[in-house]
Design a protein around this ligand. Structure first.
Ligand code: PMP
Length: 282
């Protein structure tokens, strides 16, 4: 398996990380996960655009052009013969003696990228998943796709210990997002989802969902909803790069979102799949 380290594709066995890389020591960096279907990146440009936005929000200047990075990722996918899976990539602020202030400009960000074979979660997409809900203890810039994921990890671990796939987070009783997905509910035929502000990651799959809804005439209300409204929703679904449009059928051990994948969720799943086939082929 090849991995990309800075500009080069090398054998994974020869890749190493410096102990003073700021990503390793501080989580000082940004990342993306891009889905690959049929050897092609789905919404690749949107992911790269978000990566540049995340990097600039924390003062990291990416030392490649978007075209260069895209070419490198495409080469990586080809060399690893990846058909169905993901590309993970991250830029850290680079290698420098451990001090909080940013190092000088001659320290260049470190790029690491690699691929992984991952199937579509067919069974879960069909049957739905279980979730817990818990407090959102993360910082106030959740719109930045930062390597600092402790708040997300602690929540997701809690879900895992409860035998669930996702933790749904709330700030002061208002539902923000999942630990690694965005969340929407359906009530009376309308979709409700948290606005894309600093409290959530502006998910690319969420955006695909919004575009589908606009096209299909489904009303979406981008306003926060409460935990009570989540519990009383007709349908609940997550969106994300790896989960696509995922029904949630149980919350905190109780039946939720109608107890089975609902009609709006099913339609969205089909339209989402059509969008994938549209971009990446069947
Ligand atoms: N929120 C969080 C916290 C996430 O980690 C993810 C997964 N990247 C998402 C939302 C969904 O974003 P996307 O659709 O871009 O994968």
């Amino acid at each position: 398996q090849y991995v990309a380290v800075n500009g080069n594709l090398i054998d994974r066995k020869n890749a190493y990380i410096d102990i003073e890389d700021r990503g390793y020591q501080f989580g000082d960096g940004v990342y993306e996960v891009i889905r690959v279907y049929n050897g092609k990146m789905f919404t690749g440009n949107e992911h790269l655009e978000r990566l540049w936005k995340s990097a600039s929000s924390i003062g990291i200047t990416i030392p490649h052009s978007r075209e260069e990075l895209k070419d490198l990722l495409e080469q990586l996918i080809q060399k690893n013969k990846l058909s169905l899976g993901t590309v993970y990539l991250q830029y850290t602020r680079g290698i420098a003696p451990r001090k909080h202030p940013f190092p000088s400009d001659d320290v260049k960000p470190t790029l690491v990228a690699y691929t992984k074979e991952v199937g579509r979660p067919e069974e879960k997409l069909h049957s739905g998943i279980k979730a817990i809900q818990t407090e959102d203890i993360r910082w106030l810039r959740c719109d930045i796709k930062s390597l600092n994921l402790l708040g997300n990890l602690l929540a997701n671990q809690k879900a895992a210990e409860a035998g669930c796939d996702e933790a749904i987070l709330n700030r002061d009783g208002r539902v923000t997002e999942g630990s690694h997905s965005n969340i929407s509910i359906v009530k009376g035929g309308k979709i409700y989802t948290h606005p894309a502000n600093n409290y959530i990651l502006n998910g690319i799959s969420r955006r695909v969902m919004l575009e589908i809804c606009a096209r299909e005439g489904i009303q979406v209300i981008e306003e926060p909803f409460t935990v009570k409204e989540l519990q009383d929703a007709d349908e609940i679904f997550l969106t994300g790069t790896t989960v696509e449009v995922m029904p949630v059928i149980e919350l905190d051990g109780k039946s939720a979102g109608g107890g089975k994948p609902g009609p709006v969720t099913r339609k969205l799943q089909n339209w989402f799949k059509a969008e994938i086939e549209n971009q990446c082929g069947r």
